[in-house]
Design a protein around this ligand. Structure first.
Ligand code: CMX
Ligand code: CO
Length: 161
């Protein structure tokens, strides 16, 4: 895995970047993982939902109030054999760090700028993420091996800062 060099004329700064949002961890047993982080770190579940578009069960945990301050862990478990997560778990022989997500004010323009910088943005248009957010991804082959998620929170999300 390599990192795509940034064209110097773009300045290398992503517009509308709000900061780190969450870290995504793929798991085989969601309830066991929730119990592990609750009992070991005292994290609590602040949200859970099934994302049928992504075919994953998602649980957000936080040590704070679950605000978009980077203090969130997202546990992910596949809901179907053809989920993108199934391939990841099979390839790795179990769970592990799956992605790092950054909050942006406008996922469409952030994706456009990243495309101009030459990295592979996965979706032509953003898709549905947690709590009504809109998400897109940069392929790990362009980021040194880390799947990078962009998340634009829904305006109505009470956690939207
Ligand atoms: N982190 C780091 N590397 C990863 C990876 C990950 N999460 N997933 C795959 N890879 C690596 C593989 O190890 C493989 O590397 P090698 O070529 O060195 O063996 C390479 O990427 C494979 O790439 P690929 O053939 O294009 O793709 P995959 O079928 O494995 O899919 C990806 C990878 C990123 C395109 C797919 O996972 C995807 O579409 N992700 C976006 C959606 C998603 O992740 N949804 C779940 C989270 C939802 C949420 O956060 O709300
Ligand atoms: Co995520």
């Amino acid at each position: 895995m390599s990192m795509t060099p940034m064209p110097s004329d773009l300045g290398g700064v992503l517009p509308g970047l709000l900061g780190l949002d969450h870290v995504g961890v793929a798991v085989v047993d969601l309830e066991a993982a929730i119990a592990f982080y609750r009992d070991l770190l005292g994290l609590r579940v602040v949200h859970r939902e099934d994302n049928l578009d992504q075919q994953v069960a998602e649980v957000m945990l936080s040590s704070g109030d679950g605000g978009p301050d980077g203090d969130q862990l997202q546990l992910l478990m596949p809901l179907a054999e053809d989920s993108v997560l199934t391939r990841f778990l099979v390839r790795r022989g179990g769970g592990g760090l799956h992605h790092v997500a950054y909050a942006v004010s406008d996922v469409r323009s952030a994706s456009r700028v990243l495309r101009q910088c030459g990295v592979q943005v996965l979706y032509d248009a953003p898709r549905a993420g947690t709590r009504g957010s809109q998400i897109n991804f940069v392929h790990p082959k362009d980021t040194g091996g880390v799947l990078l998620e962009l998340v634009e929170h829904a305006a109505a999300d009470p956690h939207n800062g």
